[in-house]
Design a protein around this ligand. Structure first.
Ligand code: BEZ
Ligand code: FE
Length: 293
């Protein structure tokens, strides 16, 4: 293959890859190459612009660390994460909808008994969260595992603060009636990390970095599709402009504010506190397998 030009280069690259053994990888690479080339043709990208793009991606990579995943922020802010989530988690009506995972989950969150304070000293107004985990067919799912994580009232997750205790995250198990409850702090809106290349990209695009107030959940039980989702706080000003496009109307709940007094678990609250009730409806695995086929 010689003398390739702007009309023949795409086909030449595809042919060079024709011997790939992994047929799925071959399909993905062929599509990626064709779309990348189409993008360069459509925009008639200049060398200076191409170099700026390479510099940007280099900075995205250099910004990544064990506690900072800039590529996930890039995927999230370009809507790619929501697209991937949506097409991999089609659920029957009535199931709790999935939304973006985000970069702040950890898989060794502390175990808590029902009713415990997963805030674990995190700064913020108390919030009492409760609900039930059920199947789409209505029956309770005893012992369902709930992993929860959230930012503090300043908008930071514990993993963003080097060396501190695990706060605002925990693993609980629903009781024999599928019910769960725990204490934490009320979620507030916060900006995604925007002091790096993705933040500069958002600014260049005239966009803000804010996410509406939310609690993250991962809910799992044997025989059911694992649900990764959020519960959003009704009334938040960023519900219609989430920086990462994660809001779904069905996930917005009323976080009820109460005057200072005794919380639902008997805890004395010297400040106003909130309560949130939210049920999770899981999709049986057989149905999940059929829908993604
Ligand atoms: C989060 O909600 O934790 C999050 C999601 C996407 C990007 C950054 C943060
Ligand atoms: Fe979050």
């Amino acid at each position: 293959m010689r003398n390739l030009n702007e009309d023949t280069i795409t086909q030449a690259v595809l042919e060079r890859n024709s011997g790939m053994k992994d047929s799925r990888l071959k399909e993905i690479m062929a599509s990626l190459i064709q779309h990348l080339h189409a993008f360069a043709r459509e925009t008639r990208i200049t060398e200076a612009e191409w170099e700026a793009g390479i510099r940007f991606l280099t900075e995205v990579g250099q910004t990544c660390s064990p506690t900072r995943q800039e590529f996930i922020l890039l995927s999230d802010t370009l809507g790619l994460s929501t697209l991937v989530t949506a097409q991999n988690h089609r659920k029957p009506p009535g199931c709790t909808e999935a939304t973006v995972f985000g970069p702040f989950y950890v898989d060794d969150a502390p175990d808590y008994e029902l009713g415990a304070d997963v805030g674990n000293g995190m700064h913020g107004e108390p919030c009492f969260v409760s609900g039930q985990v059920r199947s789409i067919t209505g029956e309770a799912i005893p012992g369902a595992k709930l992993e929860v994580w959230q930012a503090d009232s300043d908008g930071f997750y514990d993993v963003q603060k080097a060396g501190g205790p695990q706060q605002g995250r925990g693993t609980l198990h629903a009781n024999s009636a599928g019910r769960y409850h725990f204490q934490s702090i009320v979620a507030e809106s916060y900006p995604i990390p925007h002091d790096g290349p993705v933040g500069r990209m958002l600014e260049a695009m005239g966009r803000h970095p804010w996410r509406p107030a939310h609690l993250h959940f991962m809910v799992s039980a044997e025989g059911y599709e694992t649900l990764v989702t959020h519960v959003f706080r009704d009334g938040c000003q960023y519900l219609d402009s989430d920086a990462v496009f994660g809001v779904r109307s069905s996930l917005i709940a009323n976080w009820v504010r109460h005057d200072a007094g005794t919380g639902p678990n008997g805890t004395a609250c010297s400040t106003p506190y909130y309560s949130l009730a939210f049920d999770f409806i899981l999709n049986p695995v057989a149905d999940a397998a059929r829908r993604s086929a």
